[in-house]
Design a protein around this ligand. Structure first.
Ligand SMILES: NC(=O)NCCC(=O)O
Ligand SMILES: [Zn+2]
Ligand SMILES: [Zn+2]
Length: 483
């Protein structure tokens, strides 16, 4: 059975043109005029784009004494509903747990996934076992390793551990990733705020000012440079962190920054809301920032100093958030966004003229497919690519409401926002998962996407490291010892 998408305009990261797309057995098999197939999807007035890739989700994540509420079933259903066709989640070993053990636990969570997925591996402690197992993890198709510089006493790793792990990533041809906040300073500020009686959700933001993120981002960049590894900085939220990334890129360092749709469109005033639940539902790390920081992030996407828009989807219910009544440091950190990332970015990016349609495709799909080395299987409209596609209707509108969302939680941080630009169809490996805005569930359709190590960037970095490595000076006439 073949499917044909007709009468649409293809929009990729670098081209916009009219053509039909033929899909056979989940793969794009032809692109061109007047194609025919068994089933026709009409794309009149629509753009045919690569489905979104969200490289930063936490589905059913054990965190802060509870589990994030969306699992691979509801999370991937939400993703498809908003035009995202692949998620990359984080396998998270608990301290002392082996990486392979954690990886198996994460694979076990995915049986009901509606769309394709991959994993990053978190390095939450350091030792010989971690060193050894990193190789097996890479051999199993996971080639990116995340390091938390925050969450002291839980997930945080220190500089020496990070340097060891980054060096190992360099040897294995893998990508190093960081959550960049200075966890020591956050812990100090948190203790001080609580002692002063600042216990509400707004104090979460006070405990994580832009400086803690800027400092950690700089530090991670320098450590990555010394280790000779490419670096991906997740949830870049402020000018201080963006400035560090921008400068590093100007210097030729291989560093990428990932702002979240939440930081681009919501600001710190959310934490001053008189309703405790409203503010607590928006507690995440890093916190929402001022409008000036938002402008910096948008400028980064426009100029290319920031590369990817993600969600860090880590959704907790109101009841879970209430674990932190009386002590903000116990509010589970995280917000949702999987279903809304694409429509929100289109509305606030493309419709406002901040982004072109091609830039939209680049930052929601193609760039990360290249960074994670799964392009052009993913992130492309090309013959031979997976038919992970979204037929995007730029005229379709809706007002975001928790009452109509796929996510399992009881609120939505974008509640009441009207978006213009939504999927008419979302296809996951050729399967129509959303038709006219209606989700057609396909539990278990999602497959694991294995990725290969040694992408070009690692090869280039290691070649340069080798050429510029410190070498002993060959001398003649060295004086005899002690004479
Ligand atoms: N971001 C957040 O607040 N929660 C999810 C875990 C993380 O990415 O730090
Ligand atoms: Zn994080
Ligand atoms: Zn995260």
């Amino acid at each position: 059975m073949t499917t044909i998408i007709r009468n649409g305009t293809i929009v990729t990261a670098d081209l916009t043109y009219r053509a039909d797309v033929l899909i056979d057995n989940g793969i794009i098999t032809a692109i061109g005029p007047n194609l025919t197939g068994d089933t026709t999807l009409d794309a009149t007035g629509c753009y045919i784009m690569p489905g979104g890739i969200d490289p930063h989700t936490h589905l059913e994540m054990p965190f802060m004494g509870t589990y994030s509420a969306d699992d691979f079933e509801s999370g991937t259903r939400a993703a498809l509903s908003g035009g995202t066709t692949m998620v990359v989640d984080f396998a998270l070993p608990s301290p002392g747990q082996g990486l392979l053990d954690a990886l198996q636990m994460w694979h076990n969570k995915t049986g009901r996934a509606h769309c394709d997925y991959s994993f990053h591996m978190a390095v939450t402690w350091w030792g010989e076992q971690v060193f050894d197992e990193m190789k097996s993890v890479v051999d199993q198709g996971i080639t990116s390793f995340k390091h938390f510089m925050a969450y002291k006493g839980a997930l945080m790793v220190n500089d020496d551990e990070m340097y060891h792990s980054f060096s190992r990533c360099a040897d294995l041809g893998a990508l190093a990733m960081v959550h960049a906040e200075n966890g020591d300073v956050v812990a100090e500020l948190t203790a001080r705020l609580l002692a002063e009686g600042n216990t509400g959700p707004e104090a979460h933001a006070y405990s994580r000012p832009p400086q803690v993120e800027g400092e950690a981002t700089n530090r991670a960049i320098m450590i990555a440079d010394m280790a000779g590894v490419p670096l991906y900085v997740v949830h870049t939220s402020c000018e201080e962190a963006h400035e560090a990334i921008r400068r590093a890129r100007q210097q030729g360092k291989r560093v990428w920054g990932e702002p979240l749709i939440q930081h681009l469109t919501l600001d710190e005033t959310e934490y001053f809301h008189p309703d405790w639940d409203h503010a607590a539902r928006r507690v995440m790390s890093p916190p929402f920032r001022s409008k000036a920081h938002q402008d910096s992030l948008w400028a980064g996407l426009q100029s290319g100093s920031l590369s990817v828009v993600a969600t860090d989807h880590c959704a907790f219910t109101t009841a879970q958030k209430r674990n932190g009544v009386g002590n903000f440091s116990k509010i589970p950190n995280g917000t949702g966004g999987l279903e809304d990332r694409m429509p929100m970015l289109w509305t606030y990016g493309v419709n406002t003229g901040r982004l072109t349609m091609n830039e939209f495709v680049a930052v929601t799909s193609t760039n990360i497919a290249k960074i994670l080395n799964c392009y052009p299987k993913k992130g492309a409209v090309l013959v031979g690519a997976d038919a992970d596609l979204v037929v995007w209707d730029p005229e379709k509108t809706k007002t975001i409401s928790a009452s109509a969302q796929q996510s399992a939680i009881d609120y939505n941080v974008f509640e009441g926002k009207t978006v213009k630009g939504l999927p008419r169809y979302t296809l996951t490996r050729g399967r129509v998962a959303v038709a006219d805005g209606v989700v057609q569930p396909g539990e278990g359709h999602g497959q694991f996407v294995a990725r290969e190590a040694r992408p070009a960037v690692n090869r280039a970095l290691s070649a340069w490291k080798e050429i510029t490595a410190p070498r002993a000076v060959a001398r003649t006439g060295v004086p005899a010892t002690g004479v």
